[in-house]
Design a protein around this ligand. Structure first.
Ligand code: ZN
Length: 394
Protein backbone atom coordinates (compact mmCIF):
# COMPACT_ATOMS: atom_id res chain seq x y z
CA UNK A 1 0.00 0.00 0.00
CA UNK A 2 1.24 3.47 -0.84
CA UNK A 3 1.77 5.32 2.47
CA UNK A 4 0.36 8.43 0.87
CA UNK A 5 -3.07 6.81 0.94
CA UNK A 6 -2.68 6.33 4.63
CA UNK A 7 -2.06 10.04 4.89
CA UNK A 8 -5.56 10.51 3.58
CA UNK A 9 -6.99 8.13 6.15
CA UNK A 10 -5.11 9.72 9.02
CA UNK A 11 -7.26 12.86 9.23
CA UNK A 12 -10.37 10.76 8.67
CA UNK A 13 -9.57 8.80 11.81
CA UNK A 14 -9.31 12.02 13.73
CA UNK A 15 -12.41 13.41 12.12
CA UNK A 16 -14.47 10.34 12.94
CA UNK A 17 -13.51 10.66 16.60
CA UNK A 18 -14.32 14.28 16.49
CA UNK A 19 -17.60 13.49 14.73
CA UNK A 20 -18.56 10.88 17.32
CA UNK A 21 -17.93 13.33 20.12
CA UNK A 22 -19.93 15.97 18.31
CA UNK A 23 -22.86 13.61 17.85
CA UNK A 24 -22.98 13.01 21.57
CA UNK A 25 -23.43 16.71 22.04
CA UNK A 26 -25.79 17.18 19.14
CA UNK A 27 -28.13 14.45 20.36
CA UNK A 28 -29.24 17.07 22.79
CA UNK A 29 -29.90 19.56 20.07
CA UNK A 30 -30.52 19.04 16.38
CA UNK A 31 -28.29 16.98 14.10
CA UNK A 32 -25.43 19.15 12.86
CA UNK A 33 -23.87 18.67 9.42
CA UNK A 34 -20.63 16.60 9.46
CA UNK A 35 -17.60 18.77 8.76
CA UNK A 36 -14.07 17.57 8.14
CA UNK A 37 -11.34 19.70 9.71
CA UNK A 38 -9.98 22.24 7.26
CA UNK A 39 -6.49 20.73 7.68
CA UNK A 40 -7.74 17.69 5.82
CA UNK A 41 -8.46 19.71 2.74
CA UNK A 42 -5.26 21.66 3.05
CA UNK A 43 -3.27 18.41 3.24
CA UNK A 44 -5.32 16.80 0.51
CA UNK A 45 -4.59 19.76 -1.70
CA UNK A 46 -0.86 19.32 -1.21
CA UNK A 47 -1.19 15.62 -1.97
CA UNK A 48 -3.09 16.26 -5.18
CA UNK A 49 -0.47 18.78 -6.19
CA UNK A 50 2.16 16.08 -5.66
CA UNK A 51 3.72 17.83 -2.72
CA UNK A 52 3.67 14.92 -0.27
CA UNK A 53 6.21 16.47 2.11
CA UNK A 54 4.04 19.50 2.64
CA UNK A 55 1.02 17.24 3.07
CA UNK A 56 2.87 15.26 5.74
CA UNK A 57 3.76 18.48 7.55
CA UNK A 58 0.15 19.62 7.58
CA UNK A 59 -1.29 16.30 8.66
CA UNK A 60 1.14 15.60 11.44
CA UNK A 61 1.30 19.14 12.79
CA UNK A 62 -2.30 20.23 12.70
CA UNK A 63 -4.01 17.05 13.75
CA UNK A 64 -4.22 16.10 17.35
CA UNK A 65 -2.83 12.79 18.32
CA UNK A 66 -4.80 10.31 20.36
CA UNK A 67 -3.99 6.66 20.91
CA UNK A 68 -5.66 5.68 17.64
CA UNK A 69 -3.78 8.15 15.49
CA UNK A 70 -0.45 7.31 17.17
CA UNK A 71 -0.90 3.78 15.82
CA UNK A 72 -1.65 5.16 12.38
CA UNK A 73 1.35 7.46 12.52
CA UNK A 74 3.54 4.49 13.47
CA UNK A 75 2.16 2.47 10.57
CA UNK A 76 2.67 5.37 8.21
CA UNK A 77 6.28 5.86 9.33
CA UNK A 78 7.02 2.16 8.90
CA UNK A 79 5.53 2.12 5.43
CA UNK A 80 7.78 5.00 4.44
CA UNK A 81 10.79 3.15 5.87
CA UNK A 82 9.91 0.01 3.97
CA UNK A 83 9.78 2.02 0.78
CA UNK A 84 13.22 3.42 1.56
CA UNK A 85 11.88 6.92 2.25
CA UNK A 86 13.92 7.15 5.40
CA UNK A 87 13.84 10.89 5.98
CA UNK A 88 10.05 10.93 5.92
CA UNK A 89 9.88 7.89 8.17
CA UNK A 90 12.24 9.51 10.67
CA UNK A 91 10.32 12.79 10.60
CA UNK A 92 7.05 11.04 11.42
CA UNK A 93 8.61 8.98 14.21
CA UNK A 94 10.34 12.06 15.68
CA UNK A 95 7.03 13.84 15.64
CA UNK A 96 5.36 11.06 17.60
CA UNK A 97 8.12 11.14 20.21
CA UNK A 98 7.72 14.92 20.61
CA UNK A 99 4.09 14.55 21.66
CA UNK A 100 3.53 15.12 25.39
CA UNK A 101 0.64 12.71 26.02
CA UNK A 102 2.20 9.47 24.87
CA UNK A 103 1.99 6.32 26.90
CA UNK A 104 5.34 4.82 27.84
CA UNK A 105 4.92 1.86 25.51
CA UNK A 106 4.02 4.14 22.61
CA UNK A 107 7.09 6.26 23.24
CA UNK A 108 9.34 3.19 23.35
CA UNK A 109 7.80 1.82 20.16
CA UNK A 110 8.35 5.14 18.39
CA UNK A 111 11.95 5.27 19.65
CA UNK A 112 12.54 1.75 18.35
CA UNK A 113 11.12 2.63 14.96
CA UNK A 114 13.20 5.80 14.78
CA UNK A 115 16.33 3.85 15.67
CA UNK A 116 15.60 1.51 12.75
CA UNK A 117 15.13 4.50 10.42
CA UNK A 118 18.57 5.78 11.43
CA UNK A 119 20.11 2.33 11.13
CA UNK A 120 18.74 1.81 7.65
CA UNK A 121 19.87 5.29 6.64
CA UNK A 122 23.41 4.48 7.83
CA UNK A 123 23.23 7.08 10.62
CA UNK A 124 24.91 4.63 12.97
CA UNK A 125 25.80 7.02 15.80
CA UNK A 126 22.20 8.08 16.26
CA UNK A 127 20.90 4.54 15.85
CA UNK A 128 23.44 3.24 18.35
CA UNK A 129 22.47 5.65 21.14
CA UNK A 130 18.76 4.84 20.73
CA UNK A 131 19.33 1.07 20.59
CA UNK A 132 21.55 1.33 23.68
CA UNK A 133 18.74 3.12 25.52
CA UNK A 134 16.26 0.43 24.44
CA UNK A 135 18.63 -2.38 25.36
CA UNK A 136 17.99 -1.48 29.01
CA UNK A 137 14.22 -1.83 28.61
CA UNK A 138 13.06 -5.44 29.00
CA UNK A 139 10.30 -5.17 26.38
CA UNK A 140 12.72 -4.05 23.64
CA UNK A 141 16.08 -5.34 24.85
CA UNK A 142 16.31 -8.44 22.65
CA UNK A 143 15.51 -6.69 19.37
CA UNK A 144 17.68 -3.69 20.27
CA UNK A 145 20.64 -5.95 21.06
CA UNK A 146 20.20 -7.78 17.75
CA UNK A 147 20.39 -4.51 15.89
CA UNK A 148 23.37 -3.41 17.99
CA UNK A 149 25.27 -6.61 17.10
CA UNK A 150 24.58 -5.99 13.40
CA UNK A 151 25.58 -2.36 13.71
CA UNK A 152 28.89 -3.13 15.44
CA UNK A 153 29.59 -5.87 12.88
CA UNK A 154 29.16 -3.40 10.05
CA UNK A 155 31.33 -0.86 11.85
CA UNK A 156 33.88 -3.59 12.69
CA UNK A 157 33.70 -2.53 16.35
CA UNK A 158 34.39 -6.05 17.54
CA UNK A 159 34.74 -5.38 21.26
CA UNK A 160 31.31 -3.71 21.30
CA UNK A 161 29.89 -6.52 19.16
CA UNK A 162 31.12 -9.00 21.77
CA UNK A 163 29.42 -7.25 24.68
CA UNK A 164 26.13 -6.75 22.78
CA UNK A 165 26.05 -10.39 21.68
CA UNK A 166 26.91 -11.68 25.12
CA UNK A 167 24.01 -9.66 26.54
CA UNK A 168 21.80 -11.08 23.80
CA UNK A 169 22.57 -14.63 24.90
CA UNK A 170 20.24 -14.36 27.92
CA UNK A 171 17.32 -13.76 25.53
CA UNK A 172 18.26 -16.34 22.92
CA UNK A 173 17.59 -20.06 23.11
CA UNK A 174 20.24 -20.69 20.47
CA UNK A 175 23.85 -20.87 21.64
CA UNK A 176 25.46 -17.81 20.08
CA UNK A 177 28.92 -18.27 21.57
CA UNK A 178 30.34 -19.40 18.17
CA UNK A 179 29.57 -15.90 16.89
CA UNK A 180 31.27 -14.32 19.90
CA UNK A 181 34.29 -16.51 19.12
CA UNK A 182 34.28 -15.17 15.55
CA UNK A 183 34.40 -11.61 16.92
CA UNK A 184 37.44 -12.55 19.04
CA UNK A 185 39.02 -14.01 15.90
CA UNK A 186 38.38 -10.71 14.12
CA UNK A 187 40.19 -8.94 16.97
CA UNK A 188 43.01 -11.47 16.66
CA UNK A 189 43.26 -10.75 12.93
CA UNK A 190 43.66 -7.04 13.67
CA UNK A 191 46.45 -7.80 16.18
CA UNK A 192 48.13 -10.25 13.79
CA UNK A 193 48.19 -7.58 11.10
CA UNK A 194 50.06 -5.33 13.51
CA UNK A 195 52.31 -8.26 14.43
CA UNK A 196 51.18 -7.87 18.04
CA UNK A 197 51.46 -11.60 18.73
CA UNK A 198 50.88 -11.35 22.48
CA UNK A 199 47.57 -9.54 22.00
CA UNK A 200 46.60 -11.86 19.14
CA UNK A 201 47.20 -14.88 21.36
CA UNK A 202 44.98 -13.38 24.08
CA UNK A 203 42.11 -12.95 21.61
CA UNK A 204 42.55 -16.44 20.18
CA UNK A 205 42.57 -17.92 23.70
CA UNK A 206 39.34 -16.08 24.48
CA UNK A 207 37.81 -17.36 21.21
CA UNK A 208 38.66 -20.95 22.12
CA UNK A 209 37.39 -20.40 25.64
CA UNK A 210 33.93 -19.34 24.47
CA UNK A 211 33.88 -21.84 21.61
CA UNK A 212 36.35 -24.72 21.95
CA UNK A 213 35.23 -25.95 18.50
CA UNK A 214 36.27 -22.76 16.70
CA UNK A 215 38.18 -24.01 13.66
CA UNK A 216 39.04 -20.48 12.72
CA UNK A 217 40.74 -19.83 16.08
CA UNK A 218 42.70 -23.08 15.73
CA UNK A 219 43.86 -22.12 12.23
CA UNK A 220 44.89 -18.70 13.54
CA UNK A 221 46.77 -20.14 16.49
CA UNK A 222 48.70 -22.50 14.19
CA UNK A 223 49.50 -19.58 11.88
CA UNK A 224 50.73 -17.57 14.84
CA UNK A 225 53.07 -20.36 15.98
CA UNK A 226 54.23 -20.76 12.38
CA UNK A 227 55.03 -17.03 12.12
CA UNK A 228 57.02 -17.27 15.34
CA UNK A 229 59.02 -20.17 13.91
CA UNK A 230 57.48 -22.68 16.32
CA UNK A 231 56.88 -25.28 13.60
CA UNK A 232 56.26 -28.30 15.82
CA UNK A 233 53.71 -26.39 17.85
CA UNK A 234 52.10 -25.08 14.68
CA UNK A 235 51.63 -28.63 13.36
CA UNK A 236 50.33 -29.85 16.69
CA UNK A 237 47.79 -27.01 16.76
CA UNK A 238 46.60 -27.44 13.17
CA UNK A 239 46.07 -31.15 13.72
CA UNK A 240 43.22 -30.24 16.05
CA UNK A 241 41.31 -29.17 12.93
CA UNK A 242 40.87 -32.89 12.22
CA UNK A 243 38.63 -33.18 15.28
CA UNK A 244 36.94 -29.82 14.78
CA UNK A 245 36.10 -29.71 11.08
CA UNK A 246 38.43 -31.63 8.71
CA UNK A 247 36.96 -29.89 5.67
CA UNK A 248 39.21 -26.98 6.61
CA UNK A 249 42.42 -29.01 6.72
CA UNK A 250 43.03 -28.02 3.10
CA UNK A 251 43.24 -24.37 4.23
CA UNK A 252 46.47 -24.99 6.12
CA UNK A 253 47.97 -27.88 4.16
CA UNK A 254 50.55 -25.80 2.28
CA UNK A 255 51.88 -24.39 5.54
CA UNK A 256 51.81 -27.83 7.16
CA UNK A 257 54.10 -29.09 4.39
CA UNK A 258 56.50 -26.16 4.88
CA UNK A 259 56.51 -26.67 8.66
CA UNK A 260 57.44 -30.37 8.31
CA UNK A 261 60.15 -29.47 5.80
CA UNK A 262 61.62 -26.83 8.14
CA UNK A 263 61.72 -29.50 10.82
CA UNK A 264 63.39 -31.90 8.34
CA UNK A 265 60.72 -34.40 9.27
CA UNK A 266 60.08 -36.15 5.92
CA UNK A 267 58.67 -39.20 7.58
CA UNK A 268 56.21 -37.19 9.67
CA UNK A 269 55.07 -35.29 6.58
CA UNK A 270 54.53 -38.49 4.61
CA UNK A 271 52.57 -40.08 7.42
CA UNK A 272 50.45 -36.99 7.90
CA UNK A 273 49.65 -36.53 4.21
CA UNK A 274 48.79 -40.18 3.55
CA UNK A 275 46.51 -40.44 6.54
CA UNK A 276 44.82 -37.08 6.00
CA UNK A 277 44.13 -37.88 2.34
CA UNK A 278 42.77 -41.33 3.18
CA UNK A 279 40.55 -39.97 5.92
CA UNK A 280 39.24 -36.75 4.39
CA UNK A 281 40.10 -36.49 0.67
CA UNK A 282 39.53 -33.17 -1.05
CA UNK A 283 41.40 -31.39 -3.86
CA UNK A 284 43.93 -29.58 -1.69
CA UNK A 285 45.07 -32.65 0.25
CA UNK A 286 45.27 -34.68 -2.95
CA UNK A 287 47.34 -31.99 -4.64
CA UNK A 288 49.73 -31.83 -1.68
CA UNK A 289 50.16 -35.61 -1.67
CA UNK A 290 50.80 -35.79 -5.42
CA UNK A 291 53.37 -32.99 -5.21
CA UNK A 292 55.08 -34.83 -2.39
CA UNK A 293 55.25 -38.07 -4.43
CA UNK A 294 56.52 -36.16 -7.44
CA UNK A 295 59.11 -34.46 -5.26
CA UNK A 296 60.32 -37.75 -3.79
CA UNK A 297 59.91 -40.31 -6.56
CA UNK A 298 59.32 -38.42 -9.78
CA UNK A 299 56.40 -37.72 -12.04
CA UNK A 300 55.68 -41.20 -13.34
CA UNK A 301 55.27 -42.49 -9.79
CA UNK A 302 52.85 -39.66 -9.12
CA UNK A 303 50.84 -40.69 -12.20
CA UNK A 304 50.71 -44.30 -11.00
CA UNK A 305 49.55 -43.19 -7.56
CA UNK A 306 46.91 -40.84 -8.91
CA UNK A 307 45.52 -43.38 -11.38
CA UNK A 308 45.16 -45.86 -8.57
CA UNK A 309 43.63 -43.23 -6.26
CA UNK A 310 41.10 -42.24 -8.90
CA UNK A 311 39.97 -45.81 -9.35
CA UNK A 312 39.08 -45.94 -5.67
CA UNK A 313 37.90 -42.36 -5.29
CA UNK A 314 36.60 -40.99 -8.58
CA UNK A 315 36.55 -37.22 -8.62
CA UNK A 316 36.67 -34.51 -11.24
CA UNK A 317 39.44 -32.57 -9.55
CA UNK A 318 41.47 -35.80 -9.41
CA UNK A 319 40.85 -36.42 -13.10
CA UNK A 320 41.98 -32.92 -13.87
CA UNK A 321 45.17 -33.39 -11.85
CA UNK A 322 45.84 -36.60 -13.79
CA UNK A 323 45.41 -34.87 -17.14
CA UNK A 324 47.74 -32.15 -15.86
CA UNK A 325 50.39 -34.62 -14.84
CA UNK A 326 50.07 -36.59 -18.08
CA UNK A 327 50.37 -33.43 -20.08
CA UNK A 328 53.52 -32.26 -18.36
CA UNK A 329 54.94 -35.79 -18.73
CA UNK A 330 54.28 -35.63 -22.49
CA UNK A 331 55.59 -32.10 -22.74
CA UNK A 332 58.90 -33.13 -21.26
CA UNK A 333 59.33 -36.02 -23.74
CA UNK A 334 57.61 -34.74 -26.89
CA UNK A 335 57.04 -31.25 -28.17
CA UNK A 336 53.28 -31.23 -28.49
CA UNK A 337 50.42 -32.49 -26.40
CA UNK A 338 46.95 -33.40 -27.56
CA UNK A 339 45.75 -33.39 -23.99
CA UNK A 340 45.60 -29.61 -23.88
CA UNK A 341 42.04 -29.34 -25.27
CA UNK A 342 40.88 -31.98 -22.81
CA UNK A 343 42.47 -30.07 -19.97
CA UNK A 344 40.80 -26.83 -21.06
CA UNK A 345 37.46 -28.59 -21.31
CA UNK A 346 37.80 -30.03 -17.82
CA UNK A 347 38.65 -26.62 -16.43
CA UNK A 348 35.71 -24.91 -18.09
CA UNK A 349 33.20 -27.60 -17.17
CA UNK A 350 34.21 -28.44 -13.66
CA UNK A 351 36.04 -25.47 -12.32
CA UNK A 352 35.13 -25.98 -8.69
CA UNK A 353 38.61 -26.10 -7.18
CA UNK A 354 39.15 -23.41 -4.62
CA UNK A 355 35.47 -22.47 -4.51
CA UNK A 356 33.53 -21.90 -1.33
CA UNK A 357 29.78 -22.11 -1.02
CA UNK A 358 27.47 -20.77 1.67
CA UNK A 359 25.07 -23.45 2.87
CA UNK A 360 22.66 -20.76 4.04
CA UNK A 361 22.23 -18.59 0.94
CA UNK A 362 24.21 -20.42 -1.76
CA UNK A 363 26.75 -17.60 -2.24
CA UNK A 364 29.79 -18.95 -4.11
CA UNK A 365 33.18 -17.26 -4.04
CA UNK A 366 36.85 -17.89 -4.69
CA UNK A 367 38.02 -17.01 -1.22
CA UNK A 368 36.96 -18.20 2.19
CA UNK A 369 34.90 -15.67 4.13
CA UNK A 370 34.21 -16.45 7.75
CA UNK A 371 31.23 -14.14 7.44
CA UNK A 372 29.28 -14.76 4.23
CA UNK A 373 29.16 -11.60 2.06
CA UNK A 374 25.72 -12.66 0.85
CA UNK A 375 23.68 -13.43 3.97
CA UNK A 376 26.10 -12.19 6.66
CA UNK A 377 25.94 -15.60 8.32
CA UNK A 378 29.04 -16.66 10.30
CA UNK A 379 30.86 -19.89 9.45
CA UNK A 380 28.34 -20.82 6.78
CA UNK A 381 30.85 -21.22 3.92
CA UNK A 382 32.77 -24.39 3.23
CA UNK A 383 35.03 -25.64 0.43
CA UNK A 384 33.14 -27.04 -2.57
CA UNK A 385 34.07 -30.62 -3.32
CA UNK A 386 32.90 -32.73 -6.24
CA UNK A 387 33.84 -35.99 -4.54
CA UNK A 388 30.62 -36.31 -2.66
CA UNK A 389 28.49 -36.10 -5.80
CA UNK A 390 30.83 -38.49 -7.64
CA UNK A 391 30.48 -41.01 -4.85
CA UNK A 392 26.72 -40.70 -5.10
CA UNK A 393 26.88 -41.38 -8.83
CA UNK A 394 28.93 -44.42 -8.08
ZN1 ZN B 1 25.38 -16.84 2.85
Amino acid sequence: MDPLWLLLLLPLAVASGWYAARREVSKLSKEAPFNLPSAYFKGLNFLLNEQPDKAIEVFIKVLEMDSETVEMHLTLGNLFRRRGELERAARIHQNIIARPNLSNSQRLQALFELAQDYFKAGLFDRAESLFLELADVPSHAEQALRYLSQLYEQEKEWANAISATQRLQSYSEKDISPIVAQYYCELADVSLEKRDYAKAREHIDRALEVDPKSTRATIQLGNLEFDLGEYARAIETWRKIEEQDPRYLGEVIDKVVIAYRRLNDDEGLWEFLSKALDDYGGPKLLKAQIEEIEHRKGRSEAVVFLTDWLRKHPSLHGLRSLVNLKESELNSSTSASDLEPLQALLVSLFDTDGLYRCRQCGFVGRSLHWQCPGCKGWYTQSPVSDEHSMRQIN
